[in-house]
Design a protein around this ligand. Sequence first.
Ligand SMILES: [Zn+2]
Length: 333
Amino acid sequence: MNLLINNIIILSTLLITTVACDNSTGKKENSNSIKKENKVTIPSFNSDSAYYYIKRQIDFGPRVPNMSSHKQCAKYLTETLNRFSDTVYIQETTATAFDGTNLNLINIIGSFNPENRNRILLAAHWDTRPFADKDPNPDNFYTPIDGANDGASGVAVLLEIARLLSKTHIEIGVDIILFDGEDYGVHSKHENKYKDDTWALGSQYWSKNPHISNYNARFGILLDMVGAYEATFKHEGYSMYYAPNIVRKVWETARHSGFEDYFINRKGGFIMDDHYYINKYRNIPTINIIHQEASTEHGFFKYWHTTEDTIDKICKNTLNAVGQTVVNIIFQE
Ligand SMILES: [Zn+2]
């Protein structure tokens, strides 16, 4: 089913299948955008605005598929992207979770210059983990999480980029894809083992059924957990396997922009995330900017998949480092 409402296109399918941070000062952040040689001024990422977009999302409550908070947030994200981008596509589908639950999923896509074949794809997952199975307190193992960092931060950076793009003329086509169902993967306590393909359900669907048939982009950048204090982003394994040149380009741009404390030139682990399926099924070289940390047992940020992934763990300087780097990449193209 294809419905066109204003400029929102609904595609509905039934498918059974180490930097200190002070949030009170956002002053330094206007100096990191690179001036382009042809005098195009690259817009400054506003981390206050991105922080606000995180707050708006978590105010709905956990964005777990089939919950009313999930539906309400989808409406908010659709309306927000519709304000900023040229066309919004809503892709609705169902998927079966690892435990047999039938999930109603919504991928939300905001496109800029949809007619241009020269495109960049930017993505993040907007759903949150239904259970805090890494929480130190076993009572919380089945409690849904706020996902201020895991989910909301990546989306918020992309919404702020959408806002900037709406005010600036760009030639290149940009698609902002908010994937659903990324974090509904197998419960670590329940099954006690990792299961392939139980994660990233929305992107698995989109990668096989893109919102536009034969959709292509030159490259893609996925953002996941990009808001914590002292976040470090290393060269993630699948990103290096499928898109090493894009990794180098992004890390180089980050260094030129003054963010080398965040973007570390070191090998990271292989993370099963939305970018894996975009590479595998759509052959679009796509990287993952994801917070990896050597000091924790699981290798992610300290509050990963716990009830403590809350807004007080969000650092505006980190949002700015990632957001401005991606903006600089877009305007280099
Ligand atoms: Zn997660």
